[in-house]
Design a protein around this ligand. Sequence first.
Ligand code: GDP
Ligand code: MG
Length: 833
Amino acid sequence: MSDNDGKKPLGLRGSRPANVKQSFSHGRTKNVVVETKRKRVVVPKPGPNKSGGGGTAGGDPSRRPAGISDAELDRRMKALQAAKAREAEDTARRAAEEKAREEERKRRREEIEAKEREEAERAERAKAKAEAEERKKQEEAEAARKAAAAPKAAPAAAAAPKAGEERSPNFRSPAATPRRNERDNRGDDRQNRNKKSNDDARRSGKLTLNQALSGNAGGRQKSMAAMKRKQERARQKAMGGTVEREKVIRDVQLPEAITVGELANRMAERVADVVKSLMQNGIMATQTQTIDADTAELVIEEFGHKVVRVSDADVEDVIDTIEDKEEDLISRPPVITIMGHVDHGKTSILDAIRNARVTAGEAGGITQHIGAYQVTTESGTVLSFLDTPGHAAFTSMRSRGAQVTDIVVLVVAADDAVMPQTIEAIAHAKAAEVPMIVAINKCDKPEANPDKVRTDLLQHEVIVEKMSGETQDVEVSAISGQGLDELLEAIALQSEILELKANPNRAASGAVIEAQLDVGRGPVATVLVQNGTLKQGDIFVVGEQYGKVRALVDDKGDRVKEAGPSVPVEVLGLNGTPEAGDVLNVVESEAQAREIAEYRANAAKDKRAAAGAATTLEQLMATAKADENVSELPVVVKADVQGSAEAIVQAMEKIGNDEVRVRVLHSGVGAITESDVGLAEASGAPVFGFNVRANSPARNSANQKGVEIRYYSVIYDLVDDVKAAASGLLSAEIRENFIGYANIKEVFKVTGIGKVAGCIVTEGVARRSAGVRLLRDNVVIHEGTLKTLKRFKDEVAEVQSGQECGMAFESYDDIRPNDVIEIFEREEVERNL
Ligand code: GDP
Ligand code: MG
């Protein structure tokens, strides 16, 4: 529209103060010829008052003179002024007259209105009476009577019975009044509003009852948008004519995020239309861009389709979650976890039970193959024991969704007392709502005082049977074997009470007890089957991993074809190592398994990313594989001298607590090599270089494989970083950026300066202000600053790659040909790589 924004008014200066008009006609441009403009202004409505004002200001003749004497000019001016004054008077008088006349007219109109209202009222009353008799006929008769009584009111009266009068757009005619009384005082407001919206006839024509009733300002805005949509629809209709007619209302599946193209596709609308619709909502997006579900929902609604929100998580729906029918359930062995304070004899009891139950001939201690095993009591009950070290593991498994334990055996040494970890174990068992059996151990010892244990437990709301409580208690000795059978019977009894059941005839589900990467066999997971039967050849998803059961190995190390409920088995055939506590589900196809695993991996990645501040080191820590349920961070350490390497390894081994531990895969002296990088990659470890650098093949390889190499020159920094990563609290770090490298070709002695290195900058730039290190065979032998940076004879701030220069170190002289100078700058960065 506005093809010329340049302010032209200078050209028509004298004749038109055109801008006066522009101020009230928003949206119009300035360069429109005034006549045209006035016409436009007049059409909508408010013409009379303002265009009139414009008219008076228009004919100012005061600046015409040319080539006339001053006196003459003066006279003329006076005459003009007089004329003008007269004119003004005239205008004022005329205005007053006009006003009076207008008032007169108005009064008359009001009189007429009043009269008409009276008549209408009479008609109305008549109508009410008539309605009482016979409706249909009366209506016709009434219309006729009204038409006869008040010719002017006729059209409105005809419309009146339909209660649609507020729509009639006659802003001058009083015809809308007949039913006013019925509508009480609201009618006035409404008429005013109608007058306002009549500013724009197009708009008011389609005003709906809703819009008319909604708030004044709000209604206005809304109707603008509605008009836009209407125009759009009209245009589409005009263009294609098909859109409206063929419109099929679709259920549009809407995930958490969707590309514009896909959204259009799912609605079966044109991409261009979707983009346009987004634009109208103030969003600029191209076909390939992703928009969120809320935005997409708006668009879908605008197109008149139905939104069906779906979540990516729906891929998990294929996992069979059907409730088992009562008749399909058969009883299963209980799963028991032994908990208690350290050294109270958990391992000893587990071993004693296992060895006591091992068939004759294998006596003397059978090697335990997996972290769980089954025993059969004398009465024939099968029990599954889990060998999980500590309640932290128990709870972390629970937090991963695996409620694997049916019964907790709380071991308390009779020669000791209830200890901190005993209390924690009680808390964890209670939190999991798992029944407890107290095994009072070491009763063979002379100083054993089982009753002290019983009374101690009272304080922690564990009331044993001997204290008239509910919790079974058994005095045992792992050494002498005393009371072990009793303990097993107590467990069997408890499990009977629990009535544990499962359906062996369905797709298996279970929980990972432990998992590791086995050198010969690949990833191996010990899985406790919880429901269904896991069979060789089954396809499954487990945590973020999936696979097909290649082999099943039981607790005795024997291959088995299948494993039913409560049976612990080693599973081979995974694509990766899952984590303890991950849930295993058998699914129908490998595609499904992969899809679910990928979805979970992405979700986990997003979660980690959302958690922010996840450096590579931290990520490694987060994904560090569970070994005995302690997370391990594997690292490779290279240092300049044996002493530092040893110091670092020692410091690393001290880092860690119940949850995390640092494992030094390899430590050595000298530059970081390709083989170091390879080792680090295989274990997902970072490489720490202490005063050493990676040689260039190693650097390339690390870049390719995404292995992180971190350089340090202070042991504490290294240790602090690892500690921080372990506790997930990496703060902002001072990062060194290597900005250049230079090779020393010759060394000169310069009087007054000392030794100067004649160098060539091989990479990046050498900067006078930057930090420098002297490397000899990729080992840092000095770190400091430059005393001088010379190009030919001149002191310079910078020397570019490929150029020769002279460098001398501040207070350091041991430089030799073939040494490398590393130039670096420090910056503080947030750790959120
Ligand atoms: P855990 O840390 O709870 O697994 O405890 P352990 O099973 O490792 O046992 C710790 C120590 O207590 C070991 O030296 C065991 O020999 C000893 N111990 C365990 N049970 C008994 C017992 O019933 N009697 C005696 N005298 N010593 C026991
Ligand atoms: Mg132990």
